[in-house]
Design a protein around this ligand. Sequence first.
Ligand SMILES: CC(C)(COP(=O)(O)OP(=O)(O)OC[C@H]1O[C@@H](n2cnc3c(N)ncnc32)[C@H](O)[C@@H]1OP(=O)(O)O)[C@@H](O)C(=O)NCCC(=O)NCCS
Length: 172
Amino acid sequence: MEDILENKGEVKKKIPISLITIRSAKLFDIPYIMRIEQASFREKYPRGLFLTFLESNPDTFLVAEYNGKVVGYVMGYLRPDMEGHIMSIAVDPSYRGNGIGKALMIAVINKLFKKGARWIGLEVRVSNTIAINLYKKLGFKITKRIYSYYSDGEDAFYMVLTPEEWEKVNSG
Ligand SMILES: CC(C)(COP(=O)(O)OP(=O)(O)OC[C@H]1O[C@@H](n2cnc3c(N)ncnc32)[C@H](O)[C@@H]1OP(=O)(O)O)[C@@H](O)C(=O)NCCC(=O)NCCS
């Protein structure tokens, strides 16, 4: 996944997770998704990538909506080798810490396993403690370190969630 931006000084909004709807992304969501991406990552994906991704993965490109506003998104897909992969996740900086990232991850994980994923993998910056905490909480384990994975030379952790771990997380 991409390079993260630190967002200092934004006003945090506290909202109950029950008011969040998770649904498939639509074409008209793309500008709002790109706005969240721009506030979250230093390296940006071109608009065309979001459009192609949506066309190829309409069930596993999800958004979180609050009061009719897109406040987060997750992009998951199934590789030909049946690895489910999380390509990107971000929550609007003003809405972080409300459980939205977790809700998006739970929704995409369930969809990918339902589609037959043998496991789910992702890459995360070794310095991105918040995201690493979130993934660990959901049962992901660090299985390797990928040296200089990012364009600025930072390493990535490759993290994996197996169906067995997912079952444990859900039953515990
Ligand atoms: C990572 C991100 C998606 C999390 O979204 P979020 O909606 O704020 O996360 P949640 O409120 O669902 O929190 C889920 C878990 O993440 C961890 N977490 C969230 N905020 C945290 C913080 N400030 N410090 C430490 N851990 C934190 C916790 O484990 C938390 O679980 P808990 O609330 O039960 O303790 C969000 O911070 C973000 O968009 N970051 C920038 C983009 C990014 O880094 N994406 C990941 C790239 S790999």
